[in-house]
Design a protein around this ligand. Structure first.
Ligand SMILES: Cc1ncc(COP(=O)(O)O)c(C=O)c1O
Length: 403
């Protein structure tokens, strides 16, 4: 058995150096809890970056993966497969209305990449309008639709034809979309950009604008999908009917998978114009089928709505001058601070709560949707203590959790 320090040294020596890592070695998970090598437990409000919606090591998903592992792992898309057929039908059944076909892939960026290619080939146009503060992934197409300069600059020149407009501002979008626009791509709730919920009128307005001007509307539900925001998909809050909808993260509970759902507004795709070796493999399909079944049978979207409200109310009740705003949708919650969030996130981890950042100043909470009410209370208490501990250094003022 390697010690904690040996694991950190080994991974630190050979990993790509692309990630800034916390000095924690996580080795086990169950529900909304994680454990490190010393046996210390954490309430997990990172959820594998919004992946573990049904909880870590969910028994229903384990069973599905085990059964499939004994039958078939690889099945290229040139053949039919029982699990894949079932999953395609299930995705269309739970999707917003108007979805007709699905392209299965392996990650969020791959889903965005495919959606951009489909939009170009279907419209014969090349321009794409995306939002400031938007995040869509790190491959060249997805990165070209991603706003933050630090992600883009080292890799320029990127794919040409991308333009950025402010999020939730319809007038600016109206000025940007024209007869050369292949697609508009937006998140229904901006995640990485700071947990910014889309305005319903704005999103419906963008959809109408796309229809009017012959562009396709791509909704990126990679982070918001599969119950996270209180509906199966965030688009359903707003009665949206995207032309292309990108999903990944929670789709298969951590088994790598992504998908693009396509409406009839996307024309026929030329055969062989896109493809993937691993996309739609039976293992991922089995994991996704079990995941969707669990989300529905356990009413996880409703649970996310209820516990998300509890978390947001609790965080809003914290009286600290360090807090600028608490916002979110369902169990996708952001607490914007007036300064950098990193020291508070580190202090939270020490107290047994893991959360992640969204930009420099926002603490983001993406717990498994099976998190308990008691665990949510503990998260709120710990956030209050961390903020108060810091404030007390400045002034002995009114500071606390009113949970
Ligand atoms: C909205 C959104 N789109 C796309 C991606 C990219 O997904 P992946 O990391 O699986 O490539 C992410 C990842 O965080 C995301 O939040």
């Amino acid at each position: 058995m390697m010690t904690t320090n040996e694991i950190i040294a080994l991974e630190g020596r050979y990993d790509s150096d692309l990630y800034s890592k916390q000095p924690l070695v996580i080795v086990r998970g169950e529900g909304a809890r994680l454990w490190d090598t010393d046996g210390k437990a954490y309430i997990d409000c990172i959820g594998g970056h919004g992946v573990a919606n049904v909880g870590h090591t969910n028994p229903a998903v384990i069973k599905a993966i085990k059964e499939q592992a004994q039958r078939l792992w690889a099945c290229p898309n040139g053949f039919y497969n029982d699990r894949r057929a079932q999953l395609l039908a299930e995705l269309i059944r739970v999707a917003p209305p108007g979805m007709e076909r699905v392209f299965l892939c392996n990650s969020g960026a791959e889903a965005v990449e495919a959606a951009l290619k489909f939009a170009r080939v279907s419209t014969g146009r090349t321009k794409v309008v995306a939002a400031m503060r938007g995040f869509h992934g790190r491959t060249f197409g997805a990165l070209s639709a991603t706003w933050r300069k630090a992600y883009r600059q080292p890799f320029e020149p990127l794919v040409p034809g991308f333009e950025f407009v402010p999020y939730n501002r319809l007038e600016q979008m109206r000025q940007a979309v024209d007869e050369e626009t292949a697609a508009v791509i937006l998140e229904a709730v901006q995640g990485e950009g700071g947990v910014i919920p889309g305005d319903g009128e704005y999103l419906r307005g963008v959809q109408a604008l796309c229809q009017e001007r012959g562009a396709l509307f791509i909704v990126d539900e990679v982070q918001t999908g599969f119950g996270r925001t209180g509906r199966m998909f965030a688009s359903q809050h707003y009665d949206l009917q995207p032309d292309l909808m990108c999903v990944a993260k929670g789709i298969a509970s951590g088994f790598p998978m992504g998908a693009v759902l396509l409406s009839s507004r996307v024309g026929d795709l030329p055969p062989k114009s896109h493809g993937t070796t691993f996309g739609g493999n039976p293992m991922a399909c089995a994991a996704a089928l079990a995941t969707i079944n669990f989300i529905e049978s356990e009413g996880l979207p409703q649970r996310a709505a209820k516990l998300g409200a509890q978390l947001m109310d609790g965080l809003k009740a914290i009286t600290s001058p360090l807090v600028r705003e608490v916002r979110g949708l369902g169990l996708m919650v952001g607490m914007e601070l007036k300064g950098k969030s990193a020291p508070y996130l580190a202090a939270l981890a020490e107290r047994g709560v893991l959360a992640l950042s969204a930009g420099a100043t926002v603490m983001r909470f993406l717990p498994p949707l099976v998190i308990s009410t008691e665990e949510v209370d503990t998260v709120v208490e710990q956030v209050a203590e961390v903020l108060c501990a810091e404030q007390v250094k400045v002034e002995a003022g009114d500071c606390g959790a009113n949970v």
